[in-house]
Ligand binder design. Structure first.
Ligand SMILES: [Zn+2]
Length: 409
């Protein structure tokens, strides 16, 4: 059987996840409540995974003075992807094309000792790209991007371990999301003026990432012309159902911006040393990640990500109060639960309408009398009637562990 080809743009609209309005503009989608619930769950997962891995989160503004990007090198190497500058009070401001310069300044704002390294600064932050309107569509090519970003400030000796740890974080996230990498790509610079000119720096950073890929034994392809302007990358490539590839996650070694921003730490010798910046993103942009999740799962998200996790279906109006109480119990445990009342149609029609909801709780007279619930899982499995407290607690536990499987026997 052929895997059905899902189109996230079509499904996103049909499932009320996101949409666009010409008055807001092309490439500027907004998120409807269902899509916002998926996004929120995804962002919470990432923040928690990062927190456990020792990252510290910050917030920084989505714009800054043009000079900041002149120092970082974006203005010279990346300005054709940036929005034009805005004039205000005799100064020029730019919507940021990346978060790195802000994080470099946050690092620079305080003294750092070698004992603090690796220092990991993370942010789920907005950035902007001046994509031409002809290539915009859905969530994959957008002008406003929410990036899962982090910068690890570390010594040269720590780079390989940090890059490996970032790849592990990516691997775990893919398991929880039920997606898989198509391949690893070692992205190297190519000819042309797009890249910072410093052959020794490229050589050193490229060797570090090659060493990381060799050490984990992952097959990869090296490709020229795919690096960031400031350094080489390991890109984790994903493929859609028609085989079209894009980059979701990335780990990058940057020896350029620490020099541009004159970053230091005090070494064990008491002298000032230059840190390295490892840029990494676990799920890339939230927009592209959700587009890929919709494409991969056809809207049947893993339970912890589903817009609605539990739908309660009373067989008749007599069970309505019991069903409403069950919804409240689910909501009280942090689950996204909804009632599908008999007025919406026959039980069969309501079950079909809720076909993407992972847990369907059918309650009849017997369940209501005995405080039980009979679960139907989205994958077709049926669970014998359970005490409500047990059923709800088990669903909440599976959701809390970010399980892809809907039930454990
Ligand atoms: Zn960066």
């Amino acid at each position: 059987m052929r895997t059905p080809v899902h189109d996230h743009r079509k499904l996103g609209r049909e499932l009320d996840l996101f949409d666009t309005d010409p008055l807001i503009g092309a490439g500027l989608p907004y998120w409807l409540p269902g899509g916002a619930a998926v996004r929120h769950a995804l962002e919470e997962y990432i923040r928690e995974a990062e927190r456990r891995a020792g990252y510290r989160h910050v917030y920084s503004p989505v714009l800054a003075k043009r000079e900041l990007y002149e120092i970082s090198g974006h203005w010279a190497h990346y300005s054709e992807d940036m929005f034009p500058a805005m004039e205000l009070g005799g100064e020029q401001f730019v919507l940021r094309p990346s978060l790195c310069p802000h994080h470099a300044l946050i690092y620079r704002s305080r003294e750092h000792s070698y004992r603090e390294l690796p220092l990991k600064i993370a942010e789920l932050g907005g950035m902007y790209r001046s994509e031409l309107s002809g290539v915009l569509g859905g969530l994959t090519r957008v002008r406003a991007i929410q990036l899962n970003d982090a910068h690890i400030f570390c010594t040269l000796d720590q780079v390989a371990d940090e890059a490996r740890a970032a790849l592990e974080l990516i691997d775990r996230a893919y398991q929880a999301l039920g997606i898989r990498a198509a391949r690893y790509r070692l992205s190297l610079p190519g000819p042309g003026g797009k890249y910072v000119s410093d052959p020794a720096m490229w050589q050193r950073a490229g060797a570090l990432l090659t060493g990381v890929l060799e050490s984990i034994g992952a097959p990869y392809q090296a490709e020229e012309g795919e690096a960031a302007f400031y350094g080489p990358k390991i890109d984790v490539q994903i493929a859609d159902a028609s085989g079209r590839e894009s980059t979701l996650s990335t780990v990058q070694v940057d020896l350029h911006q620490p020099r541009q921003f004159d970053l230091h730490y005090t070494g064990s010798d008491g002298a000032a040393h230059r840190p390295v910046m490892v840029h990494r993103s676990v799920i890339g942009s939230v927009e592209r990640a959700v587009a890929h999740l919709i494409d991969t799962h056809g809207g049947a998200f893993p339970g912890w990500l589903a817009p609605v996790q539990v739908v309660v279906l009373p067989i008749s109006d007599a069970e309505l109060p019991y069903a409403e109480a069950l919804v409240r119990r689910c909501v009280g445990l942090g689950l996204r639960a909804e009632l599908s009342a008999p007025e919406r149609g026959s039980l069969g029609a309501r079950v079909r309408a809720a076909r993407l909801v992972p847990y369907q709780a059918v309650v009849g007279a017997k369940e209501a009398a005995d405080d039980l619930v009979a679960l139907r899982l989205r994958d077709g499995r049926r669970i014998d009637a359970l005490p409500v407290s047990e059923a709800v607690a088990r669903i909440a536990a599976l959701v809390g562990r970010n399980c892809v499987d809907l039930w454990d026997e």
